[in-house]
Design a protein. Sequence first.
Length: 396
Amino acid sequence: MASAPIRRRVLLATLPCLVVFLSGCGGAGHKPARSKPVLPSPMIAGYTSGASQEKITTVVTQGANVIFWSFMNLKGNQLVGGLTPESVGPTFQALAQMGRSDVLHFVSFGGWGPDHSLAGTCGSSPCSGEAYAAAFRVWNDNFTSHIPGFPGFAGIDWDIEGTDTLDSPSNEFSMEAYEVMLNMTKALNDDFLVSMVPPQSYFNCQTSGFDSTLRHASESMPNFTYAGLNAYTALFAKCPSCFDMVMVQLYESYSTAGFDLYWDGNASNVGKSGYPREGSTENMQSVIKQNLECLSDGFNVNFNGFWDLENQKVVVPASQVVIALANGWAVPEAPHFKAAYFAGGPSGDAWCSQKPTARARGFVYWDIGDYSLHNVSLVEDLAGAMGSCGSDSIIV
């Protein structure tokens, strides 16, 4: 493979990106002028990634109830990117005409590829999370004033990842970047929802290691050196109550979940005849269930004093756990298996197998723009499987 990863989560600043089931965030020191939105229970979501209005409305009819629009970015204490009332308004109006004004809308920051411009771009002074929060409020108000009936974005989504150039400073989270992300989150989470959507290696409940770089080798593909080592767990550990959802990307290139699905989680199987295996329905259900449970059961992370954090057990309450999946674009073609593909039926069945009072929030996926590739309808299949649980599927 090429030395630089080919990622699907690219910068599409002018296009709609993500449909998910979410709601609301707020801010320290800010008197909320609105009520914090309430997340749907359960949730199915998807990133729009350039999806047309027709594709977005279609997946909502299939079961989606939150839209993540990607991407905007942060630079110089301002929001930058191409999302405008003109790009969002027609989709909101179409949903309203369908009687689906309940669908929540998020704005996602980052994606794979862009430099980390949220820090070091504010002249002689450090960039400020509080200043970005204030800029977001102004930006959001512009949407509500120009789109009739639009309640504004329900929240923000942190999707800051690495970039193709391995030695780029953006393949590491600086302390200033961490501070900006944390302080912007704190300044908004009284009246807005806040989510994070780390690639699995950035929030991996199967390892206790930690550092802030994004240049680690994948276990199943050692020459792929763009993995993280729990980089997002530090942000969560600084303020667990600040985040309404932790949405872990199991489709990250050569992820641990893919390693478990295709190589049975055993390094000795790499290169062995019969591997990588295709990944059966039972394999898919088992790996999804394992990840749902290990996030909510908690896992130890050795921060070793980083950001004044003690070594500790990181626990994501079930109601905040969301599994991020890929849809048809990742349908595997042996022997590559770069991105793990989990079908909607087995994934929903794994969710249903949890105790009703301990079920995760739901699922989000990348991406709506590719929703029908390989004749896969991830949302419809997820909704069908999750609906089979009956009335006990409501999250308390």
